[in-house]
Ligand binder design. Structure first.
Ligand SMILES: Nc1ncnc2c1ncn2[C@@H]1O[C@H](COP(=O)(O)OP(=O)(O)OP(=O)(O)O)[C@@H](O)[C@H]1O
Length: 776
């Protein structure tokens, strides 16, 4: 953002603060480029003039509902505006057509009831207070009126409120596009009921959110030519597989495991289940229960939602049987075998769990045991059977659990899609994207790499869109915008996905080369990207690398990249599962197309994800996008706490500040002629006295003030960054001078009045005295 212009002594400004991000202050002295300010909490701070920003003292105390209405569009102004609104429980604010939603962490039912939906239906954008319904309504109307597909992209960090927002959007779209009075399993009902099912299997409690979605989701709602919902498709991205086997306190595994452990007694008995604390996959964390969530009730609710989705009784039975089998599988332990590097089932307890797992999966227990602890290698000469040591057997067990679970999840998504049904004749869709925001932790691995790659992609899409919107506004107003610079992150995307030579390609190469280790992979990266300005090799590290993302630098540990990128099912595991007598289990492991040779075509999670993203971007590019940026106001997940620094970081990562930057590169301040004259008429009263029309008067004021670069549109004045502050400073000077003249006049008047009174009193006293003296 550009440096402020015309900060003078007495100006009200925002100055940086290590605790509160920005505090307001008054300039007391200016010394070259150093400004001395006195903050409202009484401190004196010296800052560089480029680091202080003018404060709009005329901004309404409750904030403005659209950030573009702020006179000074800059970071502190934006933050202060959001804080002022959040205090009044106004959780939604626009920045142009981006909706910022700050998680209230408390139920605000009045915001989402049917009455609210009725109000927003058909209302013009910006007519009512900012709201998710308004965004959905605009998307719906645009689709109906222009026949064009629309998409709503919801993003934000974990716990920011993406899933809640998505559910609200879907509820509103179902309200607009649903059929009233239709009974039974309607498409819109099925779309809504897909949420609890996906949440049961794809959500878990994490430190950052009690109901965190561990996958990305794109819901495509199809409409017929009358604007009624006629079909829907759900695409999911990158389910977190590691959670199935590994959790840390105080997190939980996927909800469905706990729901099932709280099922009615006869079902628990059927699946030989006990409390969650008796299962290794659940008891690694002490947290088994969730405040405010009744697992038994949720189990029944999930079954009901499955009914609505058309998942049959038999299928439901098989699904939960598989969930139970995974829990038992996790309880199988291994001990060292007699032979070198071999293992055996540890004890009777483990054997019991092995048998139950086999029983539930309807597969042969001995084959399952062999698949867990042995590997068969086929060479041209012979077939060699190799045993696994206990550690490797545990790895094998966990790999099987993760594969079964992720396939179960994919099956559910496919089933939901089939049962809702697609409308092949649908001409227009509204897509809702609920996807993980930018992540940067102390330790970042392959998952964060993929997530941040997604965000780079979306950021590019966002920049292009915001830039386009700006251009459209300028074109509409017929002003020249040719010199506005476009900010692009193509260089980071090239670094990650370019083929050949990008990180994903190099990772695939490393995975295919048997001798590769994470160290050789990291060395290859260091070598290849040593001159890339987006890539940094951290000092003293042999396996980590840093990428300079649009939202900041993130250091990744390459250690598990190779393992996590490999996307294959152990052949022995597949064989056991395919041989299951349960058709449901067998169907989770369809024979691969290239099953004849064991060295089936290499496939990697990274490349597959890249393709998925490509297809998502193609879909998004064919739609008119709308953006909702969710913000998590505090990490305590409590209402009414607004943490400035935390929020600023999110605005930065969510591209809100980037959007503002793009806007600042052009004409961030726009005022209608009327507003402009109202505010700045005092700068040229002689112009207002003449009878020129508003547009001419505005131009004359701009010329008189020497506002180079500003432009006059058809209905508005467009000002470059900082020009509003400059005009305000001049206005303050004029008003200050005027005030001084008025004060001078008044003082003269008062002094004269006092003098006259005094003189009259003196004359009276004198004449009285003279009278007295003459009568003596
Ligand atoms: N509009 C809202 N009104 C009331 N509470 C909300 C709202 N939005 C979010 N919340 C609260 O915040 C919690 C977290 O929200 P949500 O699960 O939607 O976050 P998320 O961004 O989807 O997180 P994740 O990426 O971890 O899935 C919710 O469980 C709910 O308690």
């Amino acid at each position: 953002m550009s440096a402020p212009v015309n900060i003078i002594v007495g100006s009200h400004v925002w100055v940086e603060d290590p605790v509160q991000a920005w505090v307001d202050a008054e300039v007391s002295k200016i010394n070259g480029d150093k400004v001395h300010v006195c903050t409202t909490d009484g401190k004196t701070v010296i800052s560089n003039i480029s680091k202080v920003f003018p404060k709009d003292n005329e901004a309404p105390p409750g904030g403005v509902d659209d950030m573009t209405k702020l006179s000074y569009l800059h970071e502190p102004g934006v933050l202060h505006n959001l804080a002022a609104r959040y205090e009044l429980n106004e959780i939604y604010t626009y920045t142009g057509n981006i909706l910022i939603a700050i998680n209230p962490f408390q139920r605000l039912p009045h915001l989402y009831d049917t009455h609210m939906m009725e109000q927003y239906k058909g209302a013009g954008f910006g007519e009512l207070s900012p709201h998710v319904f308004a965004v959905a309504d605009v998307a719906y109307r645009a689709m109906i009126n222009e026949g064009k597909s629309n998409s709503i992209l919801v993003s934000g960090e974990s716990g920011a409120g993406k899933t809640e927002t998505t559910k609200m959007l879907m509820r509103y779209l179902a309200y607009l596009g649903g059929r009233s009075g239709v009974e039974g399993r309607t498409v819109e009902q099925q779309v809504l009921e897909s949420n609890p099912v996906l949440e049961a299997f794809g959500n878990a409690k994490t430190i950052r959110n009690n109901n965190s979605s561990r996958f990305g989701k794109f819901v495509e709602i199809q409409f017929d030519n009358k604007g009624r919902i006629s079909g829907a498709a759900i695409r999911t991205y990158l389910l977190e597989r590691s959670r199935v086997c590994q959790i840390s306190d105080p997190e939980r595994n996927y909800h469905c495991f706990y729901f099932l452990c709280a099922a009615p007694a006869e079902e628990k008995e059927k699946y030989k289940l006990g409390s969650p604390s008796s299962f290794h996959y659940l008891n690694q964390s002490k947290c088994c229960e969730l405040d405010g969530v009744d697992d038994a009730h949720e189990y029944l609710a999930t079954r009901r939602a499955m009914d609505v989705l058309g998942i049959s009784e038999d299928e439901q039975e098989a699904i939960f049987r598989v969930v139970a089998a995974i829990l038992h599988l996790g309880n199988i332990e291994f001990a060292k075998g007699e032979e070198f590097d071999s293992s055996v089932i540890k004890d009777e307890k483990s054997r019991f769990h092995l048998n139950v797992t086999a029983e539930l999966l309807k597969c042969n227990a001995t084959s399952l045991e062999d698949a867990l602890i042995k590997r068969v290698m086929v060479t041209p000469e012979e077939v060699i059977t190799r045993t696994l040591d206990p550690d490797a057997a545990v790895g094998s067990r966990d790999a099987l659990a993760k594969t079964i679970y992720s396939r179960l999840f994919d099956w559910l998504v496919e089933k939901i899609n089939n049962s809702i049904g697609q409308d092949p004749n649908s001409k227009s869709i509204i897509g809702v994207l609920d996807i993980y925001g930018f992540e940067s932790f102390k330790f970042n691995s392959f998952e964060q790499f993929c997530i941040n790659f997604t965000n780079e992609k979306l950021q590019q899409h966002f920049n292009q869109h915001v830039f386009k919107m700006e251009q459209e506004e300028y074109t509409k107003e017929e002003i020249n915008w040719s010199y506005i610079e476009f900010i692009d992150n193509q260089d980071v995307l090239d670094l990650i996905e370019k083929k050949p030579g990008g990180i994903i390609s190099l990772l695939d190469e490393a995975c295919m080369f048997p001798k590769s280790t994470h160290e050789t992979f990291a060395q290859k990266l260091y070598q290849t990207f040593k001159n890339n300005k987006r890539f940094i090799k951290p000092k003293l590290s042999r396996t980590s690398f840093t990428i300079s993302h649009y939202a900041g630098e993130v250091t990744y540990l390459a250690d598990l990249f190779l393992d996590k990128n490999k996307d294959y099912v152990v052949a022995e595991h597949r064989d056991v599962m395919t041989a299951s007598e349960c058709s449901f289990v067998a169907s989770l492991f369809p024979p691969s197309r290239d099953d004849s040779s064991k060295s089936s075509k290499f496939s990697s999670i990274g490349s597959r994800f890249k393709l998925q993203l490509q297809s998502l971007m193609e879909t998004l590019n064919s739609t008119e996008p709308h953006y909702i940026r969710c913000v998590k106001p505090n990490n305590a997940l409590r209402p009414s706490i607004f943490e400035n620094i935390n929020i600023m970081q999110q605005l930065r990562c969510g591209g809100v500040l980037e959007a503002i930057r793009i806007s600042c590169a052009g004409y961030p301040t726009r005022r209608t002629f009327y507003d402009f004259l109202n505010r700045f008429g005092v700068l040229a009263p002689e112009i207002l006295d003449g009878n020129s029309d508003d547009k001419v008067a505005c131009q004359m004021i701009l010329d008189k003030m020497g506002m180079k670069g500003s432009q006059i549109g058809k209905t508005k004045v467009f000002l470059r960054a900082g020009q509003m502050a400059e005009l305000d400073a001049r206005r303050a000077k004029v008003l200050g001078n005027a005030a001084r003249i008025i004060q001078g006049q008044i003082r003269t008047h008062i002094a004269r009045r006092e003098f006259i009174e005094l003189r009259q009193a003196a004359i009276r006293v004198q004449s009285n005295l003279r009278g007295i003296l003459s009568s003596l």
